[in-house]
Design a protein around this ligand. Structure first.
Ligand code: URA
Length: 232
């Protein structure tokens, strides 16, 4: 890997700032100041420091985004803004993608990474990573909903869903719903089958990681190592 690319990605600066730091001899590889921005380094074995402080190499990045309404979960879209456009330059890297999708009008937790293997594991139907949603409904819920969702509902005639857990809240029009899978428009279609309609949807948890309440819509932060351990 080129040293300027490494510094830019791992130190969280733009490529041109990384080059400027190299020019000012602020970057060292194994204790020797780097002279050229295109020097090749081995991130796993070389010791790289910026202004005397060693940078530990992180191969992959894991981001929690609080997706706002109106943004699409895609890497590219001709018409709408995408979740990737909300990632600040300091942590943006090539290869990032949203692991799992929310509808354009759904808000909340989107997991963004460049670690394809982990995303694949997390999204595999067998892994059953829990996803929890806060659902606001057009009509008040009824007691029977709990059993209906727990029994493994069939939607759109023949699509069988895994048992889901419904948790009532003080507001009769708001429930929490825990799913172990991610079918297309699943929450909306389940609620439609129950005779209701979703008017607002927000994902608030993925596996053991809760959406950070400090993140305003559109904001993101890196997921900590401790959080990653409880993802599934
Ligand atoms: N279920 C839905 O209907 N929409 C989402 O965005 C996520 C789950």
């Amino acid at each position: 890997m080129r040293i300027d690319k490494f510094v830019s990605e791992q130190y969280g600066v733009s490529r041109s700032d990384a080059k400027a730091m190299i020019k000012k001899s602020q970057v060292t590889v194994n204790g020797t100041a780097v002279k050229s921005s295109d020097m090749k380094i081995d991130p796993d074995n070389d010791s790289i420091a910026v202004c005397g402080k060693e940078i530990s190499y992180r191969k992959f990045i894991y981001i929690m985004l609080n997706k706002p309404d109106g943004v699409v979960c895609a890497t590219r879209d001709g018409l709408s803004s995408t979740v990737l456009e909300l990632i600040p330059e300091e942590i943006r890297r090539k290869g990032l993608f949203p692991a799992g999708r929310l509808d354009k009008d759904t808000e909340g937790f989107v997991f963004i990474t460049d670690d394809g293997a982990l995303a694949h594991k997390m999204l595999a139907p067998k892994s059953h990573v829990e996803k929890e949603y806060m659902v606001t409904l057009e009509k008040p819920t009824e007691k029977e909903y709990e059993e209906l969702f727990a029994s493994g509902m069939t939607i759109d005639g023949d699509e069988k869903c895994l048992p889901a857990k419904l948790i009532f809240t003080e507001d009769k029009n708001v429930v929490r719903l825990i799913l172990h899978e991610g079918k297309y428009h699943q929450v909306k279609r389940m609620m439609q089958t129950a005779g209701n309609k979703v008017i607002h949807l927000k994902r608030i948890r993925m596996g053991g990681i809760e959406l950070d309440p400090k993140l305003a819509p559109g904001e993101c932060r890196e997921i900590t190592d401790e959080e990653l351990e409880v993802l599934y």
